[in-house]
Design a protein around this ligand. Sequence first.
Ligand SMILES: NC(=O)c1ccc[n+]([C@@H]2O[C@H](COP(=O)([O-])OP(=O)(O)OC[C@H]3O[C@@H](n4cnc5c(N)ncnc54)[C@H](OP(=O)(O)O)[C@@H]3O)[C@@H](O)[C@H]2O)c1
Length: 204
Amino acid sequence: MEIGTIGAGAFAQAFAKHALKAGHEVKLSNSRGPGSLRETVGSLGPRAAAVSKEEAAACEMVLLAVPWDNVPETLADLLAWKNQILIDGTNPFHGKAGNFRLADVGNLSTSQLVAALAPGARVVKALNNMTVPNLEAEPIVNGARRVAFVSGDDASAKKRVQNLLESFGYSVSDLGNLRDGGLIQQAGGPLAARNLLEQGECQR
Ligand SMILES: NC(=O)c1ccc[n+]([C@@H]2O[C@H](COP(=O)([O-])OP(=O)(O)OC[C@H]3O[C@@H](n4cnc5c(N)ncnc54)[C@H](OP(=O)(O)O)[C@@H]3O)[C@@H](O)[C@H]2O)c1
C-alpha cells in the first residue's frame, strides 16, 4: 500500500519506519516541499519518497502529523478527499516543545474537528498517545506487545488501521467512535502518553 504523511517530523518519521518495515511505500510531505526532505527519505530507504502535500494526501491511507496550530491551514489546502483513510496522529497542543499549552477544543474530540476540516476523508484517531521514543522502540518488549488504540466513526477504515498497526507488531484496542474514543486517547485524556504492554502469547 502507498501511505502518505502530511508532516515529516519526528512523529511521521517514526511511523514511516514501521510502515516501511511492514512492506509499504511511504510518501512524506512537509510545508517546505520535497526538496527539503531529500536527506530524510534517503535515510529511510528506497521505498520512501518525498512528495508534495497534495501527492501525499492522494494516497489511500494518509497520516496527519503536523502541529495542532497548523492543522486548519494544512487541511484547508486539501479539499478533495476521496474517501481515503486519514489517520489523525495529532495532539491538541498550542506552541512549541518546551512551552506547550493544551488547546481548548470545546465540546468535541480533536479528531471530530479534524474530520470537519477534511470532508470526504475517513478519519481514524491512532498512535497520537504514543511518544516518539516509544513509537521508535520495538513494538514487542520481552514478549509483550505495546498497546495501540484506534477510534473512528467508519468501521471499515478503523479495521484497516487496526490491521496496519497489528502488522507493525502492536496489540490494538478499539475505543469506539471519534468522539468517545477520541476523548479518551487525545492529549488531556486518560490514555495520553501511556505506554501499555499486553502480556500473553505473541505471534511474532
Ligand atoms: N513528538 C511526539 O512525541 C508526538 C507523539 C504523538 C503525536 N504527536 C503529534 O504529531 C504531530 C507532529 O508532531 P512532531 O513531533 O512530528 O512535530 P515536528 O517534528 O515539529 O514536525 C512537524 C511537521 O509538520 C510539518 N508541517 C507544519 N505545517 C505544515 C503544513 N501547513 N503543511 C504540511 N506540513 C506541515 C512540518 O514541516 P516543515 O518542517 O516543513 O514546517 C514538519 O514536517 C503533532 O500534532 C504532535 O502533537 C507527536
